[in-house]
Design a binder for this molecule. Structure first.
Ligand SMILES: Cc1ncc(COP(=O)(O)O)c(C=O)c1O
Length: 409
């Protein structure tokens, strides 16, 4: 029997991430107001925009005041370029192997020069014009030229070069959200100024160093002519520092599922794999269709979930596709279970989950897998799509491809 791909519901398993693009729109506008008209806002949308959905966050950011897009890989940049016109600049912030520079050049993607060695390799390979931003390492010790000497050599080697075009310079902070100790941040900023002193034609270049933390929490306003924000596009970068925000950013994500089975279990029974949890009295147990294969890891269970406006505990080991809850009573199948978000007066934030799991909040959302559809309630008066189901969307694409193949052959 032929499946009609067009007739499929947008998603079938009732587990979803909801992203409020109206809040993203407002956050981006507030950020743009904060940095000022003359400063570009780069929307950093790497890793599927930290799990929120790369295309949707990119589109909303661009229509709300962002003028650049930043990603970690050339693969991500190519996906964006397929969608956005060439006049939207895209910078790959991470490593691009030099043998792929022609791919970047063909798609008008700007790349990062990560070291003097990278520049030397690029010079020996490059056949067509490509823009690069030079990364200088002021203390993160990840990517970038570490010494003034290396930067001088980069300048010398690329000066007036026909194909390798030096159009920007940047660095990245290790501790921009540490408001209790700003010493390391300030040392990095000072070092960045030292690098800038030796950069020729600096006013013609794009100069940037501020991520969300430096944009929002640091008095020096180290904006130069561009800032690069990821976390701040979708809410306060750090819930405990919300009171320090110069603009009222709003959270925009929630994660939900539903009870798929509810049963009463006798005392002394095991719940889930292994010996993780044994009931010590008769207990209502609810099964929920989300697991670590969706990105809901063992360490995330400490926060519990919300059912009927009350906090319930996740019990037993989380399976790949499912987990179990200890319920306070019987609930109907289909009852909403909220992992992040609000029910009644109770709220679980991404920061709560991150704190209990002892990881940064970005790790919680960016670990949510493509199996979980992202749902985007419509922004009034904007053509924003409603639902992105990575699995069924690819099936539809496959369906269209098959259709075209068979009708043409
Ligand atoms: C080089 C670079 N710039 C900017 C960002 C955005 O950081 P944030 O999400 O803190 O704004 C990142 C994110 O990790 C990054 O690696």
């Amino acid at each position: 029997m032929l499946i009609s791909f067009r007739d499929l519901p947008p998603y079938i398993r009732p587990t979803w991430i909801e992203v409020n693009l109206t809040n993203v729109q407002s956050n981006v506008r507030l950020l743009k107001n904060h940095i000022g008209e003359k400063v570009h806002l780069m929307a950093v949308v790497k890793a599927n925009a930290y799990g929120y959905g790369m295309m949707e966050i990119a589109r909303t950011s661009l229509s709300s005041g962002a003028t650049w897009l930043g990603v970690a890989t050339l693969d991500e940049a190519l996906v964006l370029r397929r969608e956005f016109l060439k006049n939207i600049p895209i910078l790959v912030l991470g490593y691009v192997p030099t043998e792929h520079l022609s791919v970047a050049s063909n798609s008008d993607v700007t790349v990062t020069a990560i070291s003097l060695e990278w520049i030397k390799e690029a010079l020996s390979i490059v056949q067509q014009p490509i823009d690069f931003h030079l990364k200088v390492d002021t203390g993160m010790n990840r990517l970038g030229c570490k010494t003034l000497d290396d930067v001088r050599k980069v300048i010398e080697l690329t000066a007036g070069h026909r194909n390798l075009r030096f159009t920007g310079v940047f660095t990245h902070f290790a501790t921009s959200e540490d408001v209790n100790n700003r010493t390391y941040y300030r040392t990095q900023l000072k070092r960045f100024h030292e690098f800038l002193e030796i950069i020729p034609n600096r006013t013609e270049k794009v100069v940037h160093c501020a991520n969300s933390g430096a944009t929002l929490y640091q008095d020096e306003k180290p904006f130069f002519n561009m800032v690069r924000c990821g976390k701040a596009l979708t809410g306060p970068p750090n819930e405990p520092l919300k009171h320090l925000l110069p603009v009222p950013l709003e959270t925009s994500i929630s994660i939900h599922s539903q009870l798929s089975l509810v049963k009463q279990v006798d005392a002394g029974e095991k719940i889930g794999y292994g010996d993780d949890y044994t009931t010590n009295e008769t207990q209502w147990i609810g099964t929920v269709p989300i697991g670590y294969g969706d990105g809901w890891h063992q360490d995330f269970r400490r926060t519990g979930v919300l059912v009927d406006g009350k906090r319930m505990q996740i019990v037993g080991r989380i399976s790949m596709d499912q987990l179990m809850l200890a319920l306070d009573r019987e609930y109907p199948v289909g009852t909403r279970v909220t992992f992040v978000g609000q029910q009644g007066n109770e709220t679980i934030t991404g920061d709560d989950v991150a704190r209990e799991a002892k990881i940064p909040r970005s790790e919680v959302f960016s670990s949510m897998s493509s199996r979980v559809p992202r749902v985007y309630p419509k922004i009034p008066n904007a053509g924003i799509i409603n639902i992105h189901n990575y699995l069924l969307n690819s099936l539809c694409l496959l369906g269209v491809t098959y259709y075209l193949y068979y009708t043409r052959s």
